[in-house]
Design a protein around this ligand. Structure first.
Ligand code: NDP
Ligand code: 2IT
Length: 444
């Protein structure tokens, strides 16, 4: 980095102790160096300095009472990163590892991802260090209500529209929506991922995983002359994204042989039985290790990183950031894996990405390949505005179109800037240009 190195230095200085945020910014700025060289007007308008600084960051206390009557205190966050092309949009994460740096990295990624969808959505992200594991339904509800009591002051259907992410699914969106409605006395599309009888969109639950497979299907056909048909696939995680990536990959003819959670992974050489996984994870909210009780041919291994040593054609990391490192990448390459599609946000470390690039592996970065979730959130906002709902088939067809278009624009930008097949570069540039032009047009 030459022209943009001072931007990076400033980010590190202003945001100390936020390694994930630095990592996400560095990757984007490295891709944008060539854009800065070719288009000095972005430098002159201070676009790079501005785009790395959130428009607004809200940090708040979330007090709640547990089932034993004890007062608990968590910390809540909402980072409203960029609203140049639409209201802030992005998920809410409940996980004990959440801190402001993690929310900032996710909010920053969201700017470019949302831009790539072609829909009018800015970038934002929120969350809390609350750990939903082992909490009763009543505790989850009281936490969500307290969280929304403060958050409701900062969001709105034309201001900022949150959704789910790790630890936040339909149940949590329901409790948060209920509280927003009480406080504001309005029924409005302020959150996405809502239930189907109160403004939710068909196919939003499936959208991120399905979208990932639509993206990879198009990318594999175009860049490798391959498809999911007959492919062996390893998927990490066993949450929303992993489950529906498994479902679509299976529908497209793949054999998914592994899934994981933060404790360990299962390997089922006969192909994962998704009904069992849905029962364990969505209904019982238990650990993936339970799977082997129902399917004795499968094995369970403690620890997460070993999942990448399972032989496969396609790997889809769908759990969390930095879950796939250089060693994992080398193991995948050694076993003949030819395509990696990120369902999670930033699951591959910079070292892993380098291994994929140097070995000709098709690598799809999350901000392009997992954009199907937020794209369908955008479609939910659209349906809410119309007070109308589309059928599953209509939403699914639009989702597929959007994912194919994202692949094409990332691929075209990579080619235009001289690095054909580099989807990291292509996605970063294509996502950036739309936002940068809007910021330039709207003045400082
Ligand atoms: P869920 O909470 O439904 O599932 C998360 C899964 O990842 C669980 O299996 C969880 O295991 C595992 N996981 C979480 N944290 C860790 C960790 N620190 N180490 C190892 N495994 C972990 O979340 P989602 O499926 O919604 O999200 C998964 C990823 O996809 C995230 O990166 C999210 O940002 C991204 N994403 C989600 C979208 C959506 O629409 N939901 C859209 C785009 C991206 P355990 O149960 O043990 O915690
Ligand atoms: O990372 C993401 O894109 C999401 N968690 C989905 C965000 C959304 O607003 O649907």
């Amino acid at each position: 980095m030459k022209l943009l190195s001072n931007v990076m230095e400033q980010v590190i200085k202003r945001n100390p102790n936020e390694p994930e945020f630095h990592q996400a910014v560095k990757e984007v700025l490295e891709s944008l160096e060539i854009v800065a060289e070719k288009n000095p007007e972005y430098l002159n308008a201070g676009i790079f300095d501005r785009i790395v600084e959130p428009e607004r960051q809200i940090i708040f206390r979330v007090p709640w009472v547990d089932d034993n009557g004890k007062v608990q205190v968590n910390r809540g966050f909402r980072v409203q990163f960029n609203s140049a092309i639409g209201p802030y949009k992005g998920g809410i994460r409940f996980h004990p590892s959440v801190n402001v740096g993690i929310i900032k990295f996710l909010g920053f990624e969201q700017i470019f991802k949302n831009s790539l969808t072609g829909l009018p959505m800015g970038g934002g992200k929120g969350g809390s260090d609350f750990d939903p594991k082992g909490k009763s339904d009543g505790e989850i509800m009281r936490f969500c209500q307290s969280f929304m009591t403060e958050l409701s002051k900062h969001i709105g259907p034309d201001t900022d529209v949150p959704a789910g992410d790790i630890g936040v699914g339909g149940r949590e969106i329901g409790y948060m929506y209920g509280m927003y409605r009480k406080i504001r006395n309005e029924f409005t599309g302020v959150l996405t991922g809502k239930g189907l009888t109160w403004g939710g969109s068909l196919a939003r639950t499936e959208a991120t995983g399905y979208g990932l497979c639509y993206f990879m299907d198009e990318a594999m056909k175009t860049m490798k002359g391959k498809s999911f048909e007959g492919a062996t696939v390893v998927i990490s995680g066993s949450g929303n994204v992993a489950i529906y990536a498994t479902e679509k990959a299976q529908q497209l003819g793949a054999k998914v042989v592994a899934l994981s959670d933060s404790n360990g992974y299962i390997h089922d050489p006969d192909g994962v039985k998704l009904d069992t996984v849905k029962q364990i994870k969505e209904v019982e909210r238990k650990r993936i290790s339970e799977y082997v009780k129902y399917h004795p041919n499968a094995t369970y291994t403690e620890g997460c990183s070993g999942i990448w040593t399972i032989k496969c054609d396609v790997a889809l990391p769908c759990a969390t950031q930095n879950e796939l490192d250089e060693n994992g990448a080398k193991a995948l390459v050694a076993n003949g894996c030819y395509a990696v599609g990120e369902g999670a946000n930033m699951p591959s470390t910079p070292g892993a990405i380098e291994v994929f690039m140097n070995n000709g592996v098709l690598f799809a970065p999350g901000k392009a390949s997992n954009a199907g979730g937020v794209a369908t959130s955008g479609l939910e906002m659209c349906q809410n505005s119309m007070r109308y709902s589309w059928t599953f088939e209509e939403v699914d067809a639009k989702l597929k179109d959007i994912m194919v278009n994202i692949f094409r624009s990332a691929s075209a930008a990579a080619k235009e800037y001289g690095q054909e097949n580099n989807l990291v570069l292509g996605a970063n540039i294509a996502g950036f240009l739309k936002v940068a032009n809007a910021m330039k047009a709207q003045g400082v």
